[in-house]
Design a protein around this ligand. Structure first.
Ligand code: SF4
Length: 526
């Protein structure tokens, strides 16, 4: 479904802001690829681009790939921006540059929906999801493309049913430049973890697309050049378990049709381990990674943050169950919780060793607006506005000790030998449980891609790198066993983790993916 144009034409420039360097954006691994420059195509902005009236020309610029130029701004009649809190400064910067060309600028997406106050200079604030506010914005621009005399705030009261969503405009993005493909089946999560803004922003009753929309999107992603892996960005893939079960047979069929061309990954609560029927379907559909917000191995802390659902299965048993279906677990971890003690860091390192999870995003607690945590800390007078700090929370433990624990945990957990040992474990214990996909076609393009990545890995890590010994021990074992695919896939992630954690342990990286502390952005915009 698309919006109506009211008979006029407007040229819209959609600009996605740069990410600040973070643990989850993998930029250290881009030089190992054949030209990747950004993490994932932004779903929200590509959806809006597809929803605009059919006769409105749209340009999409991801500033992680290239900055919007004077020529882009001269071409446009209005600019649309979207992003997360961590991109706040970059979004305000895009607004400033667009205003230099006297263009009206609209902002939508999760950050402005939670915190309209962050964006005083924008002409239009689109608060909430795709819906009546979007139609109103389009109608206003159709009527008058000049900048309004004061800021206009449009709030979605009536959301567009996700079954009416158009296919995101993937054709506008250079999909080959992305580390991962992205796709969304559902929005919202039934749980209410204290720190999380998803239920407040997107509701507790997950809304859904149809399986047919998803397979059509996958077809389009392939046509537009995506390869390797596609990430389901749903807040919780099993937020509606029946819907997950409905979708999986369609994904299996799609994989069979295309020769299991893509690996899938998703985010889900750890209690997925109690659902063998879902895990079996995911295995058949070639899901290889599940991100679980484990947050902490401490049951007292889980209870305090209202994440009791993580205790429905003993954590270690849950991880092993997921591994037994061929899926590696990626874990979110939070430090700085009220329940943390001086020994929390040591316990976390023991947990990492025992679980053999290779990739854990270890963040310091950050209070996000529109969360129960924010409200509680505000009541307790424990919110800080100083953007020079690593978190906006007054911790129970001394600030320096908490930050020091985070740095030490990052430093130890991501020592090259330890990371590669955890990948070795996954290759030997999880990967053999994956569905055996048919041999992939040895096209000239595939061979060239594989050889390019191998050459980059050997040269940049094996020859020029500074953890050569650990690398070659790992690499030679892979080569001896003919595990080239595992070698490439593991090093694409491991190298970023090792390099990012090294900077983090020396105080050069943010201690939270959500931290507003502004560091040098990974790609300069101008
Ligand atoms: S389970 Fe995940 S998405 Fe749902 S409320 Fe908790 S942290 Fe948020």
């Amino acid at each position: 479904m698309r919006a109506e144009s009211a008979g006029v034409v407007r040229r819209i420039l959609c600009v996605f802001p740069r990410y600040t360097s973070s643990f989850g954006t993998f930029e250290y691994s881009y030089p190992l690829t054949d030209g990747v420059q950004a993490f994932m195509p932004p779903q929200g902005l590509l959806l809006i681009a597809a929803y605009l009236p059919e006769n409105w020309p749209v340009r999409f610029i991801d500033e992680n790939i290239r900055p919007a130029t004077a020529e882009d701004f001269e071409w446009a009649e209005a600019v649309f921006v979207s992003g997360m809190h961590i991109q706040r400064h970059q979004m305000n910067d895009i607004c400033r540059r667009a205003h230099a060309f006297d263009l009206p600028v609209a902002i939508g997406g999760p950050s402005v929906s939670a915190c309209p106050d962050y964006y005083p200079s924008f002409d239009y604030l689109h608060v909430g999801e795709l819906g009546d506010a979007t139609d109103e914005l389009i109608a206003l621009l159709a009527r008058d493309p000049s900048r309004p005399s004061r800021q206009v705030v449009l709030k979605t009261a009536d959301r567009l049913d996700m079954t009416c969503f158009p296919l995101p405009a993937y054709e506008l993005a250079e999909l080959k430049r992305y580390f991962l493909g992205s796709i969304q089946y559902s929005s919202g999560c039934p749980y209410q973890c204290e720190f999380c803004d998803i239920p407040g922003l997107y509701g507790r009753n997950p809304r859904l697309k149809t399986p047919q929309q998803i397979t059509a999107e996958l077809d389009k992603l392939l046509e537009c050049g995506i390869r390797g892996s596609v990430y389901f960005v749903d807040d919780n893939f099993i937020g509606n378990r029946k819907a997950a079960l409905d979708l999986l047979p369609h994904l299996v069929e799609w994989q069979k049709k295309t020769g299991f061309i893509l690996r899938f990954s998703c985010e889900a609560t750890l209690n997925i381990a109690k659902r063998p029927e879902i895990l079996a379907g995911m295995r058949e559909a070639f899901f290889c990674t599940v991100f679980c917000g484990i947050e902490t191995p401490d049951p007292v802390a889980l209870k305090a943050m209202h994440k009791d659902h993580n205790m429905m299965v003993p954590i270690m048993e849950g991880i092993r169950t997921i591994n037994s279906y061929g899926m590696e677990v990626v874990s979110g971890i939070i430090l700085g919780l009220d329940t943390d003690k001086p020994e929390t860091g040591a316990h976390l390192l023991e947990f990492i060793e025992a679980s053999q999870i290779p990739l854990l995003t270890i963040n310091l607690l950050q209070a996000l607006p529109k969360t129960p945590l924010w409200d509680r800390l505000a009541r307790e007078n424990r919110l800080i506005e100083d953007e020079g700090l690593e978190s906006n929370v007054v911790f129970r433990q001394p600030y320096d000790e908490v930050v020091d624990t985070w740095r030490k945990c990052m430093g130890v957990a991501y020592e090259p030998a330890r990371v590669l040992k955890r990948y070795e474990y996954q290759i030997q214990n999880t990967a053999p449980n994956q569905v055996k996909r048919p041999a992939q076609k040895a096209t000239r393009q595939n061979i060239k891609l594989g050889l390019t990545m191998l050459r980059n890995i050997f040269w940049k890590i094996g020859v020029l790198g500074d953890y050569k010994l650990e690398f070659w021990k790992f690499a030679l074992r892979r080569l001896a066993r003919g595990e080239i695919e595992h070698l490439i896939a593991s090093m694409m992630v491991a190298h970023h983790l090792i390099m990012f954690a090294r900077g983090a342990s020396r105080g050069r990286q943010n201690a939270s993916n959500y931290s507003m502390r502004l560091r040098e952005a990974s790609v300069p915009a101008e």
